[in-house]
Design a protein around this ligand. Structure first.
Ligand code: AMP
Ligand code: MG
Length: 344
């Protein structure tokens, strides 16, 4: 069984093809890079529209399959930028209709978790999901991925990217800051904002930007990383203690950061827990993760069909049911803890 998944929540138009064992046959990306500033929704949409057909074709070529061999089509239905989401949704609806194959709307955050699990072998982790727009600590409990902690304002990736922009670094700022942080020597005190299990980054961004006038950039990059990663490790550890889970998964675009992985690894070793990082090829937004969740959901649909619909008939995205076109609307604020997980 083959699923073709389309990702288009923000900067990336990605297409991946996966099978029911989690084997990925292709994972092709076209990434929109703004000339100045952050993501401009209209420009990103134009990029996705221009690249959609080509990216789908390349994904099929690389997988050495014909598009008519695909059994299921899936797409990222949210959360994300509406103009971007719509491109993936429309492309997926057209493919599903043309080839008379099922269509599955996938929650982007859950796809980051599931691709992390299948690629690392972790079974039931506490997940630290860190990307441009999202920062959440999640764990499975009672039929859903529950959010144990999250950012109250911007995602940690956005913090790094915005600070990078103010400091004149190329976009995305995350990798540049990681590189400069290695040359930093002095630890500069910054706000440490943990509220219960939640974190907040916008005040730290303001403070860091102000300190650009008086401090060395390398020292600021070093201190920024140490400070915000410590906040994330602290809350992740508390979620592990609370849930009594002994696995930890780092996923999302910022998972590429070696220092964050190192800090989480130390925390896990001290607790006697397993730790794994999603491989680099799957850490950023990609189609493979959407394809894999399309498969998971499709294979478990029948089992939970009546049950799920009976339990909550008002939901837009009903797990365990074939989706009509009306049910494939995008949902820009779709929360991971709104999704009933049929496959666990
Ligand atoms: P995503 O939204 O999941 O595609 O992730 C993109 C985010 O990951 C951007 O904010 C990047 O700055 C960030 N990122 C990528 N590589 C690194 C890195 N090595 N260190 C920190 N952040 C990174
Ligand atoms: Mg993402």
């Amino acid at each position: 069984m083959l699923c073709l998944g389309i990702e288009s929540t923000a900067h990336t138009f990605g297409v991946g093809i996966a099978d029911e064992k989690g084997k990925v046959f292709s994972n092709v990306r076209s990434v929109y890079k703004p000339k100045i500033g952050g993501i401009h929704p209209t420009e990103a949409q134009a990029h996705h529209l221009e690249k959609a057909c080509e990216t789908i074709s390349i994904a099929c070529e690389q997988a050495k399959i014909k598009i008519s061999d695909i059994d299921i089509f899936s797409f990222s239905a949210g959360p994300g930028i509406p103009k971007c989401l719509r491109v993936g949704a429309v492309a997926c609806r057209m493919l599903s209709q043309k080839f008379s194959k099922p269509i599955i709307p996938v929650n982007h955050c859950i796809a980051h978790i599931e691709i992390g699990k299948i690629s690392t072998g972790l079974a039931d982790p506490v997940t630290l999901y860190v990307s441009g727009g999202n920062t959440q600590i999640l764990a499975f409990a009672e039929g859903r991925y529950r959010v144990f902690g999250e950012t109250q304002d911007i995602g940690v990736g956005n913090l790094l990217d915005q600070f990078g922009r103010t400091a004149g670094l190329p976009f995305p700022g995350g990798p540049e800051i990681e590189r400069l942080a290695l040359q930093g020597k002095k630890f500069i005190e910054l706000p440490y904002v943990v509220k219960g299990m939640d974190v907040s980054f916008s005040g730290i961004l303001t403070d860091c930007e102000r300190k650009l006038k008086t401090e060395k950039l390398e020292d600021l990059c070093f201190s920024l990383q140490e400070n915000v990663f410590a906040m994330l490790v602290e809350t992740t550890e508390r979620a592990m203690a609370h849930t009594e889970k002994n696995e930890c998964l780092l996923t999302g675009g910022v998972a590429a950061n070696k220092r964050l992985a190192e800090m989480l690894k130390i925390m896990c070793e001290e607790r006697g827990a397993k730790f794994a990082v999603v491989p680099r090829e799957y850490s950023g937004d990609c189609g493979a993760m959407i394809a894999w969740v399309g498969i998971l959901e499709f294979l478990t649909q029948k089992k939970s069909d009546d049950f799920s619909a009976r339990k909550n008939p008002s939901r837009i995205f009903i797990t365990g049911k074939k989706y009509s076109l009306e049910q494939t609307k995008i949902n820009r604020f779709w929360r991971s803890d709104d999704v009933e997980i049929s496959w666990l």
